[in-house]
Design a protein around this ligand. Structure first.
Ligand code: FES
Ligand code: FES
Length: 264
């Protein structure tokens, strides 16, 4: 049998879940050597999810069948309320459901992309309130009651959101697969900069007020969003343009819009 690390990076889901089961089983033995797992599967799933290597998993609900592992559908879907793109929605979800799968599979909002499914590419970025998150790593239940904004929620009819327009104007895309995540991430970035949240490349941490979005700042703050086509020059230019447009909109007393505009 290969090492745990090799198993995790193996290509099959069964390999990954096997490793996750092994990790989960090791935990109670560390605090109660020789004892059986002290918590029932159902109690465990009510209380906690486990992340291993960036994957959202709840290993207590996986069952071994010989060498195969099957995920058991939850017997107790849990109620969940989310406001998605301004509309309040109610669900009953398997507690293992990621926010990304809820959006794509249950809501049909396929603009949010699944790239790596491991928190490494940013294709799945959505806004929770004004905060950008990787929805592939987010358990949907963790966001009960929150406002979620996806790429589908930005345009007002035919009127594109100004960050979308900036990406078009600056050729900030090629194949477009990463683009929804890039645009949502850029909106989160503008909001963070406006609030003065520093990044690791911010020089003057004593300065109050909005952060100036230099090219270095933009590159650092967008570094969680990977573009396999290498459209980075256009993406940086788009974020700079959007930053200027956002400042103009903020200065305009007649500017209106959803929370994503209002935050800028
Ligand atoms: S799909 Fe979520 S970060 Fe890659
Ligand atoms: S435009 Fe193709 S991955 Fe970014």
């Amino acid at each position: 049998m290969s090492s745990g690390k090799e198993k995790f990076h193996g290509s099959t889901d069964a390999d990954r879940i096997n490793l996750e089961l092994d990790v989960a089983k090791a935990k109670p033995m560390a605090v109660n050597a020789g004892a059986e797992w002290p918590v029932s599967r159902r109690e465990f799933i009510k209380g906690v999810g486990v992340t291993v290597g960036g994957s959202v998993v709840v290993p207590a609900v996986a069952q071994r069948k010989g060498d195969a592992v099957a995920l058991v559908p939850s017997a107790n879907p849990i109620p969940l309320t989310l406001t998605i793109n301004g509309e309040k929605k109610e669900f009953h979800v398997d507690p293992r459901t990621s926010l990304l799968d809820l959006l794509r599979e249950d809501m049909g909002l396929t603009g949010t992309k699944k790239g790596c499914d491991h928190g490494q590419c940013g294709a799945c970025t959505v806004l929770a309130g004004e905060r950008r998150i990787n929805s592939c790593l987010a358990l949907a239940l963790s966001y009960d009651g929150e406002e979620i904004t996806t790429i589908e929620g930005l345009a007002q009819g035919e009127q594109l959101h100004f960050v979308q327009q900036a990406f078009l104007d600056n050729d900030g895309l090629q194949c477009g697969y990463c683009t929804p995540g890039q645009i949502i991430s850029a909106i989160g970035l503008l909001s963070e900069a406006k609030k003065g949240a520093p990044s690791v490349v911010t020089h003057d941490l004593s300065r109050e007020g909005p952060i100036e979005l230099t090219e270095t700042e933009i590159k650092e703050r967008m570094s969680g969003n990977i573009c396999r086509c290498g459209a980075y020059p256009g993406i940086v230019a788009a974020v700079r343009m959007a930053s200027r447009t956002g400042q103009l909109k903020a200065a305009s007393p007649s500017s209106e819009g959803r929370q994503t505009d209002a935050a800028l």
